[in-house]
Design a binder for this molecule. Structure first.
Ligand SMILES: NC(=O)c1ccc[n+]([C@@H]2O[C@H](COP(=O)([O-])OP(=O)(O)OC[C@H]3O[C@@H](n4cnc5c(N)ncnc54)[C@H](OP(=O)(O)O)[C@@H]3O)[C@@H](O)[C@H]2O)c1
Ligand SMILES: *[C@@H]1O[C@H](CO)[C@@H](O)[C@H](O)[C@H]1NC(C)=O
Ligand SMILES: *[C@@H]1O[C@H](CO)[C@@H](O)[C@H](O)[C@H]1NC(C)=O
Ligand SMILES: *[C@@H]1O[C@H](CO)[C@@H](O)[C@H](O)[C@H]1NC(C)=O
Length: 324
């Protein structure tokens, strides 16, 4: 009997210890209000993006949900309006897996919205499959689509400075690498047939791209009063695993129930990077738990960041005039 009680107590202690050391996140404490400011959040119909959009709406911002599914996004618009009491929340179609859709989104946005104060590159996938242009899904959506989106919106962000660009990366970037020769020949960051292992590798590589993109973007934005940050949101219960194998889902569900944070917890570091005053000198850096964090050696490699920038310019066709 006492052995049983002892075991239960030990298990509880272990749980609390693991939870507090590995999973518990920090909270954004900024009191900044956003009335009169406009934010775009990509992938805002669910998960961390939806919680981020809600946080911004509660502070009075005008929030554009940039999403690929009209149905899912309009349901989220209604939820966010109801929960925040802010009616300045709207949907604009954006499919990051089609470069033309990115261009169309920007054209509509620039025509109908006078301001842009915050761009939040949040959407992300782990999934086999290819984008419209034939890129691996993670590289195409997580990095290249956001690269094009950001560059096409830069002039407006500069006009509205001080403004910020926040890109949701991941701790997974620690395992990331970029094989430019492979990218050139296969349009993907991983070799061979897709399976759970290669999907997760492609994801890690794309998240390294997010961190490197932000690093080089900060260089390019020097003196513009537009600052940019990348971040790890924590380990969060969302739909991110939906395109992975069933076995992975069965394995991860109980662990997620015990340890992972909810989406509101997952939005805190993004909100910190948007709202916290005085972060400008840290432009280009990577955050975790609402504080600057270390990145991998590869993610500090300026030559790699520059190379990725040049390759992304070419692959996204950003310098090409828009097609009518
Ligand atoms: N959850 C975690 O533990 C975790 C950890 C580290 C980093 N992150 C990062 O956090 C970000 C948000 O992920 P989440 O966990 O909230 O995942 P999620 O629940 O799966 O949400 C992802 C969002 O991205 C959207 N999206 C996917 N493909 C798109 C496309 N082609 N065009 C436009 N939007 C697209 C999804 O739209 P649909 O609903 O239409 O598919 C959805 O709104 C991602 O960048 C992810 O890499 C998450
Ligand atoms: C996944 O695919 C890669 C490349 O095709 C292969 O090397 C690896 O053995 C596969 N792994 C599993 C678990 O099937
Ligand atoms: C940036 O902000 C500073 C301080 O507000 C201002 O003096 C400067 O002119 C701004 N620079 C640009 C390029 O807008
Ligand atoms: C992933 O799965 C969802 C739902 O099961 C599906 O709608 C989507 O097209 C799949 N692919 C990607 C890249 O998200």
């Amino acid at each position: 009997m006492s052995l049983l009680l002892f075991s239960i107590a030990a298990a509880l202690l272990l749980y609390v210890f693991i939870y507090y050391t590995l999973f518990r996140g920090a909270k954004c404490t900024s009191q900044t209000q956003l009335r009169g400011k406009t934010a775009i959040v990509t992938g805002a119909n669910t998960g961390i993006g939806k919680a981020t959009a809600l946080g911004l709406a509660k502070r009075g911002a005008r929030v554009i949900l940039a999403c690929r599914s009209k149905e899912r996004a309009e349901a989220a618009v209604l939820d966010i309006r109801r929960e925040s009491g802010n009616n300045q929340v709207l949907f604009m179609p954006l499919d990051l897996s089609r470069l033309q859709s990115v261009r169309d989104f920007v054209e509509t946005f620039l025509k109908t919205e006078p301001r842009l104060d915050f761009l939040i590159n949040n959407a992300g996938v782990v999934s086999p499959g290819r984008t419209h242009e034939g890129f691996g899904m993670e590289f195409g959506v997580n990095h290249l689509g956001h690269f094009l989106l950001t560059l096409l919106l830069l002039d407006r962000l500069k006009q509205c400075a001080p403004s910020r660009i926040v890109t949701v990366a991941s701790r997974a970037h620690l395992m990331g690498d970029i094989d430019f020769a492979l990218l050139d020949s296969t349009k993907d960051l991983v070799r061979g047939e897709r399976n759970l292992t290669t999907d997760l590798k492609a994801y890690s590589h794309s998240k390294l791209c997010n961190v490197l993109f932000t690093r080089e973007l900060a260089n390019q934005l020097e003196g513009s009063n537009v600052s940019c940050f990348s971040l790890h949101p924590g380990v969060i219960k969302t739909e991110i695993g939906r395109n992975l194998s069933r076995w992975f889902e069965i394995l991860i569900t109980p662990i997620a129930a015990l340890f992972f944070l909810d989406a509101e917890g997952g939005a805190q570091t993004t909100l910190h990077c948007v709202l916290q005053e005085g972060l400008e000198p840290l432009s280009g850096r990577y955050f975790s738990d609402c504080a600057v964090a270390q990145v991998s050696a590869k993610a500090r490699d300026d030559a790699l960041a520059k190379k990725l920038w040049e390759v992304s310019e070419r692959l996204s066709g950003v310098t090409a005039p828009p097609t009518e």
